[in-house]
Design a protein around this ligand. Sequence first.
Ligand code: SF4
Ligand code: SF4
Length: 326
Amino acid sequence: MSTEKPKVAFYWCASCGGCEEAVIDLAEDILKVVEAVDIVFWPVALDFKKKDVEAMKDGSIAVSFINGAVRLSEQEEMVKLLRQKSGLVVAFGSCSHLGGIPGLGNFWNKETIFRRAYLTTPSTDNPDGTVPLEKTEVDGKELTLPRFYDTVYTLDQVIDVDYYLPGCAPPPDLIMNALQAILEGKLPPKGAVLSPNKSLCDDCKRNESKPEKLTIKEIKRPWEVELDPEKCFLAQGVICMGPATRTGCGERCIEANMPCRGCFGPTDQVIDQGAKFLSSLASILDTDDEKEIEKIVDTIVDPAGTFYRFSLPSSIFRRRRMEDIK
Ligand code: SF4
Ligand code: SF4
């Protein structure tokens, strides 16, 4: 009988590093993980190289957990390699699952992002206007950088994904449940999001505080209101993405008296999280007057960024039209 432990890989693409921290957040449970599996690739923590992965047999990694969206050619190459070498691929965290915060880059393109980041921010001091180039020569040697794409992609827009672990970042209990299910072979059907398929409102302690007919006349930002810690945020006129967001996070933001931002993405029944929230919001505006509705909606600062904060690349829009970007 083989005593070999299942091989596991972790990889990050366009991400903030929070999902790597989430693995560390397993605390003492990480010892159980290390005991049960062999971590064969984890660039942030262990010194394995791409060539080590290339040398592995196809399908020999039991599962690869990939966090971050795909924004660079290098990330595309690495996730395709890991797909080839892995039995299972899990999209780990909001960016990999839905596009996440890096996905908001889909309101722009490479040229406008580079212009802003390297030339026009108030703190930029770049008199020569230097921007990163894919190829450049230094001391007679050619140096290369990965290609920066105009569009940010979710992991499943680039490779076949078996499961999704939602969250920004996924909480430790969901990670442990997923690992256990993988090790015991007790997984749901392929394509499942490994968190309960109901909305956050269904689990939220503040749900009962909602009046029978919830209506709002104006929309405020959290810092503009002294928030009642027992009362539904929407009933206080503050946007909370709970009605359009999957549960399973443990209501971490709600417990901290902050409204849900939507990082768990939608439930299985919803195609577009932003559109779902917009329809929930429209149903509670306390007026039928078009001008009044316009006035209320105008008080939402950055509506696209609010409703699609985590999900733009996975939405029905995917990105702003390139021809509209100046
Ligand atoms: S809208 Fe937000 S605060 Fe209100 S019940 Fe839903 S999750 Fe809770
Ligand atoms: S409350 Fe919303 S934003 Fe906060 S962790 Fe849960 S799903 Fe994510």
